[in-house]
Design a protein around this ligand. Sequence first.
Ligand code: ZN
Length: 203
Amino acid sequence: MSSMTKHDTGANATWTKTVVSKTDYRNIMWTDLLAIAADHWQWVQAQPGAYTAQGSCLVAALFLPSTKGGVIFLSTIPRGTKHTEMMNGARTAPAWFRATTGGTGRATGLKLHAEDGAEFLFETSAYAKGIVKNFQYVTPDRDNHHGQMRLAVWGRHRTSPAQGESIALCTAGEKQPKCPAVARALNVAYCEQYKVRFEEQNR
Ligand SMILES: [Zn+2]
């Protein structure tokens, strides 16, 4: 289990972390990215206030390929001061802000998801320099011929098994635009069940 850094307290707590992997750098298997998210989730789900009132605790993991070492940006569901910081992030994370809010005005009541937290963490980091172009995340060919970052989520909704599970990006619910649309707008590849199955069958 690996710890994460806490922002704010109680029901407003959000946890984030940035991890550099020397082994996975040009690309990462979906199963390996999920394993990293699960490892941090195991720790964070035991922390006080980790679960939302709706009974969710999720960790999103966003992988940035780099020949200097792959970087994984991790976040739980943004709440409290982290949520406020993100909703004021038009200048600090313009690509994410435009993709998530449409860039028009500030929808301060917008419910952000863990995926938003990971994207925001990346875009406000020093690693974003040279990657964010025309409101998209584009990695250099030398680092990854796909030119894409990868996003996966591990955790628990109310109905999930105790050990957590791979969580698909949202397809239902009130959030607009939904996380898959935000990822596509940012040029981020996201985990889907068939991609994990394909890896497992081709090991
Ligand atoms: Zn979502």
